[in-house]
Design a protein around this ligand. Structure first.
Ligand SMILES: [Zn+2]
Length: 90
């Protein structure tokens, strides 16, 4: 299995972690605390974030053009963003 080097954010221990955990959390072998694994640029995740932003922009535009005004547009946009994130996280 491929592995990458990462540094513990708590004790600065440098250790190898599986490549699949990049951008996520793994437990440090020295201090045992969860630490973030560097090098996480998952193309799928980047695409999903882009999709969430696009959905938000569309939602804001639709709400604004429907005559709801800026406050309603922002509320609608935030709701759409939260709904998208919840769907992606599920
Ligand atoms: Zn550590």
């Amino acid at each position: 299995m491929d592995s990458i080097f990462t540094t513990c954010e708590h004790c600065a221990e440098r250790f190898e972690a599986p490549t699949r955990s990049a951008g996520g959390l793994t437990n440090c072998p020295r201090c045992g605390q969860a630490t973030e694994v560097s090098g996480g640029s998952d193309p799928l995740w980047t695409a999903l974030v882009g999709l969430a932003l696009a959905v938000t922009v569309v939602a804001v535009t639709i709400a604004y053009q429907a005559g709801g005004g800026p406050a309603a547009a922002m509320t609608f946009g935030v709701c759409a963003l939260i709904a998208t994130i919840q769907r992606l996280a599920a």
